[in-house]
Design a protein around this ligand. Structure first.
Ligand code: ADP
Length: 478
């Protein structure tokens, strides 16, 4: 059947990205198009995005105007970026500033509740009323930044538009003080624990979770985990109560970009892995490495969520067993320091680059033997899927989407030729060091290793399956 969907989000590749959310929001429109679902993406016009409509007003007509949008005028400009139909919410008093989408010099913008209420408010208006010739049947809200959009539809009328709330990471909940209730245009009668009230305040994510017609998260396991206190982060009860409308849909990856076949240099395929050996050698040269065993890579935000704090404890044993480590990441200054210390302690075996560098990350996926993802929780995770695609064997904590996408090299799975990586649990130094020992042993068995690499590369990690699941979800709402 198909139809129209308005996606409301704070990030979208290739326009603005701080994490995996942006990849998903940017990939869905093209993945859904063949299934008959036309998606437009509403984003804030951050300073870095203003040039689109400022430099080419003809290609970016104004499609919506609202005065008095939390302290200034709001306009929506409609245009195309890399084939994606984009709607940019221009509200300079909220979004035209130096710094990141959510913070500046490490601290959150104090008016984040108002900024993203404005995004959600406009999203709900566009969904309810449509814009010239385009009226969506579904509003798809992503994370806390868009959490108020389903709430506005629920409390102010939905004009026949249904809503989906997707949780990419429950750690970010959009907390705001109760005093903002009226200013955020939320009804006082709904301020009780069964609805908007959240630990004595407000949470835009909770508001979305209680009002959306459907709730999704980015893997089946994370959907189940979110109903448990150790993962739900306070929202487990809210989600469990709505279990009947909750589902988990795994993210895909853009295999046009993330594929060894697409590499500019040293490309390779599952049939001929010679290019991978060349890429490993090139990476070793680039970082001055000389590693007899497996080289594990880490491409990650450096935070406790990602288990990066476990690396200093397990690396010495891994190095002694012949392994090497290449880290690319940025984040918590203490963890950045700990990574630099490791590199200084093990020259020739450990290389660390602090920063964000997509081109380098691709060289690491090409050249690495394994990718390490020791997360404490992981809604879906993308890097283990890049690892599968590149035959860079994932070594992952068995949580959330990591457990859903990697088949552990148990003796049975190895014998059946089904193993695609190594999983371990719980996320602690002991289990991780045991996983690294298994990695060293598997790597030493060349026949088995090659089989596992090929099996990993044969896993479908593209968007096709996920897009079909989203399309089915939307169909169910019509
Ligand atoms: P999260 O969204 O929690 O950070 P994901 O695995 O879902 O984790 O997505 C992270 C994305 O960001 C991946 O595309 C990963 O390759 C990329 N990434 C993270 N850190 C870096 C970095 N330092 N340099 C380049 N890419 C990075």
């Amino acid at each position: 059947m198909g139809g129209k969907v308005l996606s409301v989000a704070s990030e979208c590749v290739p326009l603005i990205k701080t994490g995996g959310l942006a990849d998903v929001v940017g990939a869905l429109p093209a993945a859904l198009a063949p299934l008959g679902w036309e998606m437009r993406v509403l984003l804030p016009a951050y300073r870095s995005l203003r040039h689109h409509f400022e430099e080419d007003p003809e290609a970016w007509p104004e499609v919506w105007f609202e005065a008095g949008l939390w302290g200034g005028d709001g306009r929506v400009f409609a245009g195309q970026v890399d084939g994606i139909e984009v709607l940019l919410l221009d509200a300079p008093h909220l979004f035209d500033r130096e710094g990141g989408p959510y913070n500046h010099s490490g601290s959150d913008w104090p008016d984040n509740p108002q900024r993203f209420a404005a995004l959600s408010w406009i999203g709900a208006q566009l969904a309810r009323d449509g814009i010239a010739g385009w009226k969506p049947e579904v509003l798809h809200a992503h994370d806390w930044q868009a959490g108020l959009a389903p709430a506005y539809l629920a409390y102010h009328g939905n004009g026949g538009c249904r809503s989906v709330m997707t949780v990419h990471n429950i750690a970010f909940q959009g907390r705001a003080p109760t005093e903002l209730l009226g200013e955020l245009r939320l009804p006082g009668w709904a301020f009780h624990p069964g609805a908007l009230e959240y630990f004595g305040g407000l949470s835009s994510l909770k508001a979305g979770l209680i009002t959306a017609d459907r709730i999704t998260t980015v893997s089946p396991s994370y959907a189940a985990e979110l109903m448990r206190p150790e993962f739900g982060m306070g929202l487990e009860g809210v989600i469990a109560e709505r279990a009947g409308v909750v589902s988990g849909i795994l993210n895909g990856v853009d295999t046009g970009i993330w594929s060894p076949e697409a590499a500019a240099e040293n490309g390779y395929s599952a049939r001929n892995l010679a290019g991978k050996a060349a890429a490993r050698a090139a990476m070793s040269r680039e970082f001055g490495l000389d590693v007899p065993g497996p080289i594990a890579i880490v491409v990650s935000r450096l935070t406790d969520q990602k288990g990066i704090d476990l690396l200093p404890a397990v690396t010495p044993g891994f190095i002694e067993a012949g392994g090497g480590l290449v880290v690319l990441g940025a984040g918590d200054p203490a963890l950045e320091g700990a990574m630099r210390d490791l590199a200084a302690r093990f020259p020739g075996r450990v290389a660390v680059t602090i920063g964000y560098d997509e081109a380098l990350s691709r060289r690491l996926f090409q050249g690495g033997d394994a990718v390490l993802v020791p997360s404490r929780f992981e809604p879906c995770g993308l890097t283990q899927m890049y690892g599968l695609r590149y035959g860079t064997v994932p070594v992952v904590a068995a949580v959330g989407g990591l457990g859903d996408t990697v088949i552990n090299a148990s003796p049975l799975a190895l014998a059946a030729g089904a193993a695609t990586g190594i999983t371990f649990w719980p996320t602690d130094a002991l289990a991780l060091s045991q996983a690294l020992r298994r990695l060293v042993a598997l790597y030493a068995d060349r026949g088995l290793w090659l089989k596992m690499q090929r099996m990993a590369m044969a896993q479908p990690v593209g968007w096709e399956t996920s897009a079909a699941a989203y399309a089915a979800l939307y169909e169910g709402l019509r």
